[in-house]
Design a protein around this ligand. Structure first.
Ligand code: HEC
Ligand code: HEC
Length: 212
């Protein structure tokens, strides 16, 4: 991770937060065109420094936002703001970003990123991908692991609050599954589903999903 640059990002964020404070004061009204403009500015000058142009990430631990489900993006920005995503990366990188976002800007940011074109999947080892695909589609009934596809969609495209996983950065996915197992990331729905996944299974799931 780009730890040395944290101060730089904080400083830049302070400037942008100030620039957007006019719309940040509009809490309580419906999302409107000024929120859309503020969200576009934030996305272009702040979010893109880590999440890539239009949310197509170039770093394995920074998730793609482009093409992600809008309702999921909204829920996550609220979760960072409420600090229920409590792992170290969330704390170091997203808490301060999310703390200054009001509900209207959150909705506008989610709309912005969800409508952007996806980044292409990355190839990986065929046998690892096959193992991940089998677990994703069928689960493992003997160990009470449900098929991931039941919630995340047959092609991992996601729906509403169920995130798209297809084409997501593999290292980011592995890390999130581990953080949810450790309950550092709060997710009542996922905790039970993944509690018994081995490190190897997490790796094959992430390799499969990244390849889509
Ligand atoms: C300094 C780097 C940095 C900046 C700037 C940044 N992010 Fe993030 N963001 C991250 C990291 C790192 C994560 C992964 C956190 C984790 O591992 O828990 C993340 C996670 C997220 C997630 C969760 C994605 C998912 O799939 O669950 C969303 C949504 C998000 N960021 C939105 C934004 C938005 C919107 C902005 C701009 C307003 C922004 N981020 C600015 C680094 C950044
Ligand atoms: C019962 C529905 C359900 C099932 C089954 C399920 N998930 Fe999820 N998953 C969710 C929800 C909902 C979230 C969003 C987190 C939240 O809001 O709690 C999520 C979040 C995730 C995330 C975080 C994505 C991100 O961008 O940060 C990953 C990774 C994930 N799931 C992988 C899996 C895998 C792998 C399986 C199968 C072993 C699986 N899920 C099965 C409902 C489900």
């Amino acid at each position: 991770m780009m730890r040395l640059q944290k101060g730089f990002f904080r400083g830049m964020f302070a400037v942008l937060a100030l620039a957007c404070s006019a719309s940040a004061n509009s809490q309580g009204h419906g999302m409107d065109e000024s929120d859309r403009q503020a969200a576009k500015r934030l996305a272009t000058y702040l979010c893109s420094t880590c999440h890539g142009p239009e949310g197509r990430s170039e770093y394995p631990l920074y998730p793609n936002l482009a093409g992600q489900q809008a309702a999921y993006l909204e829920a996550q920005l609220r979760a960072f703001r409420a600090k229920t995503r409590g792992d170290e990366e969330a704390h170091d990188y997203m808490w301060s970003v999310a703390s200054t976002l009001n509900d209207n800007i959150i909705i506008a940011l989610a709309e912005f990123f969800s409508t952007k074109a996806l980044s292409p999947g990355k190839p990986g080892d065929a046998s690892v991908i096959a193992a991940g695909k089998a677990l994703f589609e069928k689960g493992d009934t003997s160990r009470k692991i449900p098929p991931c596809a039941a919630c995340h969609g047959a092609k991992a495209e996601g729906l509403s609050i169920f995130p798209r996983l297809a084409g997501q950065q593999g290292q980011y996915l592995s890390r999130q599954l581990t953080m949810m197992q450790l309950k550092l990331r709060d997710s009542p729905i996922m905790h039970g589903v993944i509690k018994d996944l081995s490190g190897e299974e997490i790796f094959s799931l992430a390799t499969y999903l990244q390849s889509l």
